[in-house]
Design a protein around this ligand. Structure first.
Ligand code: ARG
Length: 287
């Protein structure tokens, strides 16, 4: 790929290029108030409000260097709404609104639906009985013409096929087997130029084989458990700049060698809820 640029050196971003649009939600009512993933255990009421806001603002400023940040209004009583990756899945002018597995997050659905409708997206019909958690589990490959869809933890096993019926693109299901990596975006990150950063042990053997069949060996960046636990895969890729919670020096070198510019932006407070950089964003401009 070409030199990483605009996220961190905005002056070099070509002005004519259509800016990406990214959805975020301010952490006004963010906290851990229930436990729906292992990261949230023993964290109820333990997030530091001011620090969370500072971390979120820093991420927002970073994203704003290379994208238009759009905001959805946070609702009181919905502490996880800040994780807009779970608003839904967007491709072109179509949006699929999430159908959350956890009752606690289901009240977010109409709010995200209203946002997509207000922005002119066609909101696709989704089968009510099939949990699906949007861009937390459905990720567009940046090399091959496929969408990857994680299932087995949050999104149901039927989700990949249901998604394929809506988007005119091949959807490949990947079974998640480690509860710490309960959304696909916690352990799998397709990157520009067809690169893929991922943590192989989070997947069953058939899923690993499916990944290897699509992504060439030289484009696969396999990370170790320590980096996976730092949510290195939960990275926001904007024009080669990679915003992530943390990554080892070795992984950062590896990413740089592949043409990316990792930028560590600590998100400790959101990690307590089981989310990091990518979870806090949703790309609205996807073709
Ligand atoms: N506490 C949230 C949940 O368990 C975190 C969501 C993180 N989002 C993501 N895209 N991985 O639903």
């Amino acid at each position: 790929m070409t030199q990483p640029h605009s996220m961190f050196e905005p002056a070099r971003a070509p002005r004519e290029e259509r800016r990406q649009r990214v959805l975020m939600c301010a952490p006004d009512d963010f906290d851990v108030r229930y436990v729906i993933n292992p990261w949230m255990e023993h964290q109820i009421g333990r997030t530091a409000r001011t620090l969370a806001r500072e971390q979120w603002q820093t991420l927002r400023a970073l994203v704003a260097k290379s994208a238009e940040v759009e905001l959805v209004t946070p609702a009181a009583g919905l502490p996880d709404m800040v994780f807009t990756a779970n608003a839904g899945f967007v491709l072109g002018s179509t949006a699929v609104v999430s159908r959350f597995r956890a009752e606690e997050r289901r009240p977010e659905e109409p709010l995200f639906r209203a946002f997509f409708e207000a922005r002119g997206f066609r909101v696709a019909a989704w089968p009510e009985h099939v949990p699906f958690e949007g861009a937390g589990d459905a990720l567009i490959d940046r090399g091959a013409d496929v969408v990857w869809c994680g299932h087995g933890m949050r999104s149901a096993e039927e989700a990949p096929a249901a998604l394929e019926r809506i988007v005119s693109r091949r959807v490949i299901g990947l079974r998640l087997i480690d509860p710490r990596f309960y959304h696909l975006d916690t352990c799998f990150c397709p990157l520009a130029g067809g690169w893929l950063m991922f943590y192989p042990p989070a997947f069953d053997a058939a899923s690993r084989a499916a990944i290897e069949a699509i992504v060439p060996r030289e484009k696969r960046i396999e990370i170790d458990e320590a980096d996976a636990m730092r949510f290195a895969c939960n990275a926001v890729d904007l024009d080669g700049g990679l915003a992530l919670n943390d990554a080892s020096p070795q992984l950062q070198r590896r990413l740089r060698a592949a043409g990316f510019a990792p930028v560590v932006t600590p998100l400790s407070e959101f990690m307590k809820a089981g989310g990091a950089a990518k979870c806090l964003t949703l790309k609205l401009s996807e073709d």
